[in-house]
Design a protein around this ligand. Structure first.
Ligand code: KIV
Length: 276
């Protein structure tokens, strides 16, 4: 068992909620392996996400759809080992991959694997109010949940591409209602991807749980980016909402540190990284 001191330094859902109340920005990044996880931990990142973006940046697929539960479990274990090799302070979230939560039972079993065998502290799942029952069941079983609204890459073929979501009044109202329903169901964190700035800011104010933005708003309680995008090594074009932190850095460590500082001090995202 960890010493009391070690445990008290660890990031928890309660500390994240306190950061929101205190107006302290939450710095989050993705990671997929132990070496990068160690660098993230050294930089003081608050939350590390093993995103299913690994399908694109690690596996070279065109979408996140081919990623399996086994892939997520393997990479979660790698990242958990890397974090533990340093302070082990960051909160570790694992994405539920495409079709790994089609029923409540399947969701609990797969999320349980990520926690028990992978070392995750929370799972993230895409979907609106229709996922409320799953979120509630995960919650009942002691599994913290990060909900994911806005652009949901697992729905890419349904929505016809990667585009900003919530631009018309009807879809904006639905997103706000979904966010409130998911919070009510027990979600501990909310991720908003590619959402107009005003709507993202409105959702952030309406929720008690912390809201993490990506292509959303500087008013969100925290920010997340894909690690390989900030290091400018992702295949293909870097998304407009991301920023190449290597451009002004001496090293990978420096780029990560610059990102963390920019998020903490409100320097990222700037106007060119959000949508109207
Ligand atoms: O899979 C991923 O990396 C994500 C992003 C929103 C960070 O979900």
């Amino acid at each position: 068992m960890s010493s009391q001191t070690g445990t008290s330094q660890k990031m928890t859902i309660h500390k994240l909620a306190q950061m929101k109340r205190d107006g302290e920005k939450i710095a989050c990044l993705t990671a997929y392996d132990a070496s990068f996880a160690r660098l993230l931990e050294k930089s003081g990142v608050d939350v590390v996400l093993v995103g299913d973006s690994l399908g694109m940046v690690i596996q070279g697929a065109e979408t996140t759809l081919p990623v399996s539960v086994d892939d997520m479990l393997y990479h979660t274990r790698c990242v958990a080992n890397g974090l533990a090799g340093e302070q082990g302070r960051a909160l570790l979230i694992t994405d539920m991959p495409f079709l790994s939560f089609t029923t409540v039972e399947q969701a609990v079993l797969n999320a349980g694997l990520f926690m028990k065998q992978g070392g995750a502290h929370m799972v993230k799942l895409e979907g609106g109010a229709d996922q409320a029952e799953t979120v509630a069941a995960l919650n009942r079983n002691g599994i913290p949940v990060c909900a994911h609204l806005g652009l949901q890459p697992q729905y890419v073929h349904k929505i016809g591409g990667y585009r900003v979501q919530g631009r018309d009044q009807k879809s904006a109202d639905k997103m706000l209602a979904d966010a409130l329903t998911l919070q009510q169901a027990g979600a501990d964190l909310m991720l908003l991807e590619c959402v107009p700035e005003l709507l993202a800011s409105e959702i952030t104010s309406a929720l008690d749980i912390p809201v993490i933005g990506i292509g959303a708003s500087a008013a969100c309680d925290g920010q997340i980016l894909v690690l390989y995008d900030i290091l400018d090594i992702s295949p293909g074009l870097r998304p407009r909402f991301s920023k190449n932190f290597m451009a002004s850095a001496d090293s990978i460590e420096d780029a990560i540190a610059q990102y963390v500082t920019a998020v903490r001090q409100g320097g990222f995202p700037a106007a060119e990284h959000v949508f109207s």
